[in-house]
Design a protein around this ligand. Structure first.
Ligand SMILES: *Cc1c(COP(=O)(O)O)cnc(C)c1O
Length: 551
């Protein structure tokens, strides 16, 4: 008796738990706004994406309202909206984070950042960064002759201008003249020949040059741009060259010419340990130079302060495992430790954060022109005499609709549907199936897919069956968007850099469709994928599930 009762309970269909009502909080979580939004982005009570440029203040900007205004003025899309106050806030936060680390550690030097203009060269952006960074004497970094000419007029007393990249004679001459005019412009020597060239030009002009060196660290970068550092990097002066350089400076009795030691690990440093190791290595170079009597006063840790595009603090390729304050602490404490141990004065600390300053402040708005939904087909009539394949599909569908199904029943139904559809496709190609029969087969097939997917998803099978990934991919909409991946998201196309993407409206509604963004270019590469290169078993689950976003 007891046994039959319990088995009766087990067979009774348990009603599924009432789904929690959708909320803007759930949308914020879905689009991981906490990870990348940095407090600037949120969803307002109207369900619109919005910006809060000043933390702790009530000023908010509804992105939809901005877009409506752009429409009203008939301006074209796609459009980049820049939030100047966010840019200023990022400059402030960076400098304050370093100031806090300096104060807390008792570091005896100061921090003086530079902004690498290659990251966003817009005149307005550079002006705004310089203006917001004025209290901390924030300077600039340039990487080419054109950038040097663009930045020189902006450098006044106290601010640094660092010149990276390959420098020809005319560029070196320009730098030397700017130095003569009292500007704090330093060429960053990347090759020994550049050093020789600089000396020769300085001798010709009868002046004593000041310069910096980019050193080639043993520490290899981390993240997508890892090749920017390490012994095989194309950048930087090797240690034997550095030693030869200092010997030459001693011979010429101009030990103060070398003022700054620089390294750059590459963008988006994923792992803070790698940064600490590189900073320690560079600090040792600095300490050795100082003890040798070379007048180095600055240590420049380059760029690479990451923006967390990934989920939380996961150390995957789009995520980073540290925040802004931890970055500043890591740099300051690592330099201090070496300087204290070696008994040398603390250098002026320089960093070249670009992405971390600008990333949050600009938003690309892209209109959706249309959607292709493979499983949404117009209704149609069943052929008067349905073919065997069509009948089989109908039977599978009826079976699915009658009862609730276990994951293995769902998989079986999907396999049957695939077989029947393949059969129908083949028969049609061979001329044995009429168009209306094929249409009916396809309609039924998509209908079955639509029934199977939610059931399988809800069962959360682990490991995920191949079929689930296939179904997710097949039932994903294509959203045709008015932009070009090659123009607006080149990093994504080239090296798979992830960017946060989300709808800006109706975020208080539960998204019901999965979508992939495709652009207007005639190139099939013009789409937004997530980590296309990653096919490993470990990541497959995550990659596949995030290869689409919800709409
Ligand atoms: C690109 C670059 C930067 C900026 O890197 P971010 O990751 O944007 O901070 C800094 N310094 C050098 C030498 C660079 O090439």
């Amino acid at each position: 008796m007891a046994k039959s009762l319990s088995s009766a309970v087990a067979h009774q269909a348990v009603p599924p738990p009432e789904p929690e009502p959708w909320s803007i909080e759930r949308s914020a979580e879905l689009y991981r706004m906490d990870a990348w939004g940095d407090g600037f982005f949120f969803i307002n009570e109207r369900g619109h994406a919005a910006v809060r440029p000043f933390s702790g203040e009530d000023v908010t900007i509804d992105i939809s309202a901005v877009v409506a205004e752009i429409r009203r003025r008939n301006a074209g899309f796609p459009v980049v909206i820049r939030f100047q106050d966010v840019l200023r806030a990022r400059v402030r936060r960076l400098n304050e984070a370093f100031a806090a680390a300096v104060a807390e550690s008792g570091y005896e030097g100061v921090y003086q950042g530079v902004y690498p203009i290659k990251v966003n060269q817009m005149h307005e952006v550079v002006e705004e960064v310089l203006d917001a960074g004025q209290p901390w004497d924030m300077g600039l970094e340039c990487g080419s002759k054109a950038e040097l000419i663009a930045t020189l007029p902006h450098i006044d007393n106290g601010r640094l201008l660092l010149c990276n990249g390959v420098k020809d004679r005319s560029m070196l001459r320009l730098i030397l003249s700017a130095q003569q005019l009292g500007q704090q412009v330093l060429p960053i020597i990347e090759k020994y020949t550049e050093f020789e060239q600089l000396q020769a030009l300085a001798d010709e002009a009868g002046v004593s040059p000041r310069f910096a060196v980019r050193i080639r660290l043993a520490t290899q970068g981390s993240g997508r741009w890892f090749e920017s550092a390490g012994v095989r990097s194309k950048f930087g002066v090797a240690i034997p060259e550095l030693v030869a350089m200092t010997r030459e400076l001693e011979r010429r009795d101009c030990r103060d010419a070398l003022q700054l030691v620089h390294f750059h690990l590459g963008s988006q440093i994923a792992d803070i340990q790698v940064l600490k190791q590189a900073v320690t290595e560079a600090s040792q170079v600095y300490a050795n130079l100082v003890r040798q009597g070379i007048g180095v006063t600055h240590l420049d840790v380059g760029g690479g302060l990451g923006v967390n595009y990934g989920a939380g603090y996961a150390r995957d390729e789009d995520g980073i495992n540290y925040g802004l304050q931890e970055y500043a602490n890591a740099v300051v404490y690592a330099v201090k430790e070496v300087c204290d141990a070696r008994g040398v004065p603390a250098p002026v600390l320089v960093s070249e954060s670009g992405r971390a300053i600008t990333a949050h402040h600009s938003v690309l708005i892209v209109p959706v022109l249309g959607a292709y939904r493979p499983d949404v087909q117009p209704d149609g009539e069943m052929p008067a005499e349905p073919h065997k394949a069509v009948r089989s599909l109908q039977k599978t569908l009826d079976g699915l609709l009658q009862t609730s199904n276990t994951p293995s029943e769902l998989l079986e139904a999907y396999h049957d549907a695939k077989d029947a559809r393949n059969e129908a496709d083949q028969l049609f190609t061979l001329g044995y199936l009429a168009l209306d029969q094929l249409a009916a087969a396809q309609r039924l097939y998509w209908r079955i897919c639509r029934e199977v997917l939610p059931g399988l998803l809800a069962a959360e099978p682990d490991p995920e069956p191949e079929e689930l990934a296939e179904l997710k991919e097949r039932l994903t909409d294509l959203y045709l968007c008015d932009f070009s991946v090659f123009q607006s998201m080149l990093d994504h196309w080239a090296i798979g850099q992830g960017f946060p993407i989300m709808p800006i409206e109706r975020l208080d509604e539960q998204p019901g469709r999965r979508g992939v963004i495709v652009d207007l270019t005639c190139d099939s590469d013009g789409k937004v994928r997530t980590r296309p290169s990653c096919r490993c078993m470990r990541c497959r689950r995550r990659c596949r599930t995030t290869s689409a976003f919800s709409w």
